[in-house]
Write a protein of this length. Structure first.
Length: 142
């Protein structure tokens, strides 16, 4: 079974579905879920922009909220080991670097994220992770 799973979370419903799949996969196995949100230093989009507008939060606090909300919305059981990570930089690169440094045996991403182009089948972050990862990647396509 997988022992260390890195799930990439960007504040989208796709990413919540990725976390839900991780929960199903790991329930009762003792695996650790590493939830990673990367601040790509771009103007905030969609729900993140709304959050920033509604409350006076720093960028760090916004990404903390993204992770907290993923824990709640994906209903991660309280007995699951969870580590929350925030990094700054190119999202795909940080996902790959972090997967290496924690020794993840699986990376889980959503098929799409907060991007606006509805016709895109696979987002650029999930595509880059799929191309370059050294461990298995699960793309959650709902
Ligand atoms: N900044 C981020 N931090 C962590 N994970 C991310 C980030 N951006 C994307 N991801 C992960 O990659 C998945 C796919 O998102 P991606 O950004 O590739 O698609 P998109 O936003 O629809 O398209 P694009 O960003 O290319 O316009 C997300 O569901 C999430 O798992
Ligand atoms: Mg995106």
């Amino acid at each position: 079974m997988f022992k260390k799973i890195l799930v990439a979370v960007d504040g989208s419903d796709h990413a919540i579905n990725a976390v839900s799949s991780a929960v199903e996969l790991t329930h009762g196995t003792g695996a650790t879920l590493f939830l990673l949100a990367v601040d790509g230093c771009r103007p905030l989009k969609g729900p993140l922009a709304e959050l920033a507008e509604a409350e006076d939060l720093s960028r760090d606090e916004i990404f903390e909220r993204v992770l907290e909300s993923a824990v709640i919305k994906a209903k991660i059981p309280s007995d699951t080991l969870v580590e929350q990570l925030i990094r700054v930089g190119d999202p795909a690169e940080k996902i790959l670097v972090e997967a290496d440094s924690i020794g993840a045996d699986l990376i889980i991403v959503g098929r799409r994220g907060l991007g606006a182009y509805a016709e895109l089948l696979l987002g650029s972050v999930s595509r880059k992770v799929l191309h370059l990862a050294k461990v298995p990647v699960m793309v959650v396509n709902v």
